[in-house]
Design a protein around this ligand. Structure first.
Ligand code: FAD
Length: 639
């Protein structure tokens, strides 16, 4: 599966997601069970059974062979899981199930959804074969490991996502022995889901005749977007180094294409900066590039979680980590680069800084570890609470179990032809904002935990029978990463999803607006007034409040009425450690902590005021550029 269009796919993904990261089972000792005993106890009827369950990108099909009352073979069949992520669970989980005759197998960290889909499909097969799930739930004994392994390196990189991978390669190219530690089984982090990166003055962009802006024009526009509450030297560093990063990636075998723009809403922007991953995609290409680390004696350690920095005489002296089997790892090293991807996967930390829930899209492993480890040794923070709001969807946690994964509700939550209201009953934006991921992310975040999309019965009937085109809407809602039905096709599962959603409040239905408001906890008087004013605008043929485009002005008619809950989506946090423009982490006295560097969204806080910029690919542009610079600088430092 290609990663260049990950967003469409990611939806299904996130509806079923639990962000928990677990450790794998390969190192767990076997508890042998004899075949005879199995056949007697399990009640399984011999045969081949098939089932499917939703993974990241759709159904994962599994066939289970039962022989002599025992699970003889588990085979994962057709699926559309993400390349670079699915391989480990697809290989490991079936083997572990057969080995232990149990479904109590740990999921693979960073591949939780694929792992869960396999386990769920196998449990369905067991039930088909007449077995009881409780009989296959025996916990696997894990050996308590107090073993410790010791290593030495010139540079340790914590996190082999986007920025960490770039940092490891750059330090390696400076001649350093690099050990890169990665929590999951795979390289890439959230960067593996990205489509590309922003840069100016790459050789590809210089060759583009339509690109006319200068780096300083971009900087000045950026500063205006952020109300000048940013570090101009840091942004300038990124902008002026970004083109070199693209060329460096190309030299190292990454495939990129200059496509100028990525989002329809920004097609007319003069800042033609978008470079898209092509070829095998980010994760597969980066894995190949990282395979060179052993040339200098270094290595990539996957399924290993860094836990603590080691300091000696006020300088970095190494890292402590833990492997998934419990083995403690101690790496002595004079330089460490923190690249753990911020804390977007920690619902608790997100709640702490924002005070409301978000739909988080990530690999489930960005829990703020690098930032916490650095704070523990005296590091200062900057822009800690900045979050990259990007798009909106329905509430992932509430639609997870609905039919079709709630895909139509996700699409309803960004419907430009509907009327959007907050819990105060006010309309808060032109609904066609859905075509700009940053703006829709920001405005929906401003509403707090959720907002609602209000429609009438006619709207629902028309979508169900004809699609949005039946309402005169000739364009799909296009917030970040939304799948779901197209404007010119019938939304066949919408009614079923709405009915199911009534049970947990993600959808609300009532004959009157007052009753609707009461059920959803929305201010009824304001809601009634809002509908009245909106309908007047529809009738006048001009949106008097927000200037929404005419084609999206669909009046609210007779009931029953519906509310569908929407919630802002975030791709990562942006703030964290305070750094110099050489990527060195500083302490609370603004002094460099010798040997400690950072890269990626662990340390991009100074570039934003309180919202992401409305350009495309800026996080990955920074991630790859800061990673390269951190690696190069750490490589120089150890000399
Ligand atoms: C679906 C999606 C699409 C996106 N598309 C784009 C796009 O097109 N363009 C763009 O600019 N941005 C995009 N982004 C944002 C971008 O992917 C992130 O900003 C970027 O990945 C952050 O890079 P990073 O290196 O800081 O973190 P990551 O890439 O997330 O890497 C962090 C790594 O650290 C590991 N880790 C965490 N803690 C530890 C620990 N204690 N020990 C060891 N390892 C640890 C994690 O497992 C992870 O692999 C997208 C994000 C998502 C989710």
């Amino acid at each position: 599966m290609k990663i260049t269009k990950p967003l469409l796919i990611l939806l299904c993904l996130l509806m079923v997601v639990s962000m928990a990261a677990c450790s794998p089972s390969s190192n767990q000792p076997q508890t042998p069970v004899s075949k005879e005993e199995d056949a007697k106890n399990t009640g399984l009827t011999d045969g081949a059974y098939t089932a499917s369950s939703k993974g990241n990108n759709g159904d994962v099909n599994v066939t289970v062979l039962i022989s002599e009352g025992r699970i003889e073979q588990v085979q994962v069949g057709e699926h559309n899981e993400t390349e670079g992520i699915y391989e480990t669970p697809v290989e490991r989980i079936p083997n572990a199930i057969v080995e232990h005759q149990s479904l109590a197998i740990d999921t693979v960290s960073g591949a939780t959804h694929t792992s869960k889909a396999i386990l769920d499909a196998v449990s369905q097969c067991i039930q088909q074969a007449g077995g009881k799930i409780e009989d296959f739930s025996t916990p696997i004994e894990t050996a308590a490991s107090d073993a410790a392994e010791e290593y030495e390196a010139d540079v340790v990189v914590i996190g082999a996502g986007g920025s960490g991978s770039a940092a490891a390669v750059a330090a390696h190219q400076k001649g350093a022995k690099v050990i890169a530690i990665e929590k999951t089984a795979n390289v890439g982090g959230s960067a593996a889901m990205s489509g590309g990166m922003a840069a100016v003055n790459s050789s590809m962009q210089i060759a583009d005749p339509e690109t006319t802006f200068t780096p300083s024009e971009w900087l000045s526009d950026w500063m205006m977007q952020q109300n000048y509450m940013v570090s101009a030297p840091m942004i300038y560093k990124f902008i002026s180094e970004s083109g070199r990063t693209v060329d460096w990636l190309l030299e190292n075998g990454m495939e990129l294409n200059f496509v100028a723009h990525h989002q329809e809403a920004l097609m007319d922007s003069p800042f033609r900066t978008y470079h898209a991953w092509t070829g095998e995609g980010f994760a597969a290409s980066m894995s190949k590039i990282l395979s060179k680390l052993p040339e200098n004696g270094g290595q990539l350690m996957t399924e290993t979680t860094a836990t603590q920095l080691i300091m000696e005489d006020g300088k970095i002296a190494g890292v402590m980590a833990k492997k998934s089997d419990g083995t403690i790892v101690i790496i002595k090293s004079p330089a460490v680069i923190l690249a753990t991807g911020g804390y977007g996967a920690s619902e608790e930390k997100i709640m702490e800084v924002l005070g409301f829930k978000t739909n988080g899209i990530n690999t489930g492993t960005q829990t703020g570890d690098g930032i916490s480890m650095a704070i523990a040794v005296g590091a200062a923070t900057e822009g800690y609470s900045n979050v990259e709001f990007h798009g909106a969807h329905s509430a992932f946690d509430l639609i997870a179990g609905l039919p079709n994964g709630g895909a139509s509700l996700n699409h309803m939550a960004i419907n430009p032809g509907a009327l959007w209201v907050n819990v105060d009953g006010y309309r808060f934006t032109n609904e066609d904002i859905c075509y700009d991921s940053s703006y829709i992310g920001n405005i929906t975040a401003k509403q707090g935990d959720h907002y609602y999309v209000l429609v009438d019965q006619n709207f629902i009937d028309t979508l169900s029978d004809e699609g949005a085109i039946g309402l005169g809407i000739t364009k799909d809602g296009a917030s970040f990463g939304n799948t779901g039905p197209k404007h010119d096709e019938a939304w066949t599962t919408l009614k079923e999803e709405i009915e199911a959603g009534l049970k947990n409040g993600v959808t609300v239905k009532a004959d009157t607006l007052e009753d609707l408001a009461a059920q959803a906890g929305v201010n009824a008087k304001n809601l009634v007034d809002t509908v009245k004013a909106y309908n007047e605008s529809c009738e006048a043929g001009i949106d008097r409040m927000f200037s929404k485009k005419d084609q999206f002005m669909v009046p609210i008619g007779d009931g029953p009425y519906y509310l569908v809950m929407g919630r802002t989506t975030q791709l990562c946090t942006l703030g964290g450690l305070k750094i110099t423009t050489d990527m060195e982490v500083v302490d609370t006295n603004n002094q460099v902590i010798p040997g400690l560097y950072s890269a990626g969204v662990d340390c991009s806080g100074s570039m934003y005021n309180n919202a992401y910029v409305s350009y495309e690919g800026v996080t990955m542009g920074w991630v790859m550029t800061s990673g390269r610079l951190a690696g190069e600088n750490a490589g120089e430092y150890i000399k």
